[in-house]
Design a protein around this ligand. Structure first.
Ligand code: HEC
Length: 247
């Protein structure tokens, strides 16, 4: 790993320790960018592995589906014997580490991975999102919040129920959602994926958005309220946050 990234062991350990709990940086092995321009870690939260049936792209900045990442991790991050192909990784300007290491094309004399991908994919898509336990949200407020979500909050234009992401190419520019472009620019599509919201209650610990920048669902709502000039009252914003916790 030190050889791949061209750094010494001390630096590598510092980078890994900087990720923090529940975070991972899959892209540092491709672009070698360990830190954001502000010096913070370039790691993102680990996205939920549940509720992905019907969802086109799997991670915060797209790249590919569940099966794409299975092939990527098994072949490249776990050094398995298999086949992997993604010519986007030949782009040396964006992915100097991957381009130099030849990540865009892996061929082995013996392929132990490809035959496992279908069954693994099928299993993963069958993992349902967990249902919020009784008492974990205010039911009356959540019912009112649903009307805000589908009405004046305009949330359902992107988070289309019941998938809560767009069927099709569910990607948006940083400007469309009012955040910086650091993490988006590390992906081939330079966009952020509309996060499917089912089972949101189950991963509140690390915060929300790809890097956990918003601590609570209410903070996310406040961001949209301001950025889109939605004019929601504080009560509507609170109801909407309860609805998010009920999904
Ligand atoms: C233009 C499309 C769009 C609209 C409109 C939109 N969202 Fe999002 N939403 C996104 C994208 C893209 C992300 C991923 C951001 C990231 O990962 O940094 C996201 C992320 C989120 C998250 C974080 C989920 C998580 O697990 O981290 C929540 C919660 C959320 N949106 C709720 C809402 C609500 C509530 C509204 C309405 C007020 C709304 N969104 C409107 C596109 C949209």
């Amino acid at each position: 790993m030190t050889g791949l990234l061209g750094v010494d062991e001390k630096t590598l350990k510092q980078v890994l320790a900087g990720w923090g709990p529940g975070k991972f940086d899959a892209v540092v092995f491709m672009d070698g960018k360990a830190t954001r321009p502000d010096g913070g870690s370039g790691a993102t939260l680990i996205p939920p592995a549940f509720g992905l049936a019907g969802v086109n792209l799997h991670t915060f900045t797209g790249w590919g589906s569940v099966t794409y990442w299975n092939a990527f991790v098994a072949n490249l991050e776990m050094h398995g014997k298999g086949t992997f192909y993604d010519p986007r990784l030949k782009n040396a300007a964006q992915y100097p580490v991957a381009a130099k290491a030849g990540f865009d094309e892996v061929r082995s004399s013996e392929d132990l991975i490809t035959s496992k991908l279908a069954a693994l994919h099928f299993y993963q898509l069958a993992i349902p999102a967990p249902v919020p336990p009784k008492g974990s949200f205010d039911g009356a407020a959540a019912t009112r919040g649903q009307l805000v979500f589908n009405g004046p909050g305009k949330c359902s234009s992107c988070h289309v129920p019941p998938l809560f992401t767009e069927p099709g190419w569910n990607m948006h520019t940083p400007a469309e959602i009012g955040i910086d472009d650091f993490q988006a620019n590390r992906s081939p599509d330079k966009r952020y994926r509309t996060t499917p919201l089912k089972g949101l209650f189950a991963h509140q610990k690390g915060g929300f958005y790809h890097d956990g920048r918003f601590a609570t669902p209410k903070d996310v709502v406040n961001h949209y309220n301001k950025y889109f000039s939605l004019g929601l009252t504080d009560k509507q914003a609170g109801d909407l946050a309860e609805y998010l916790k009920s999904l």
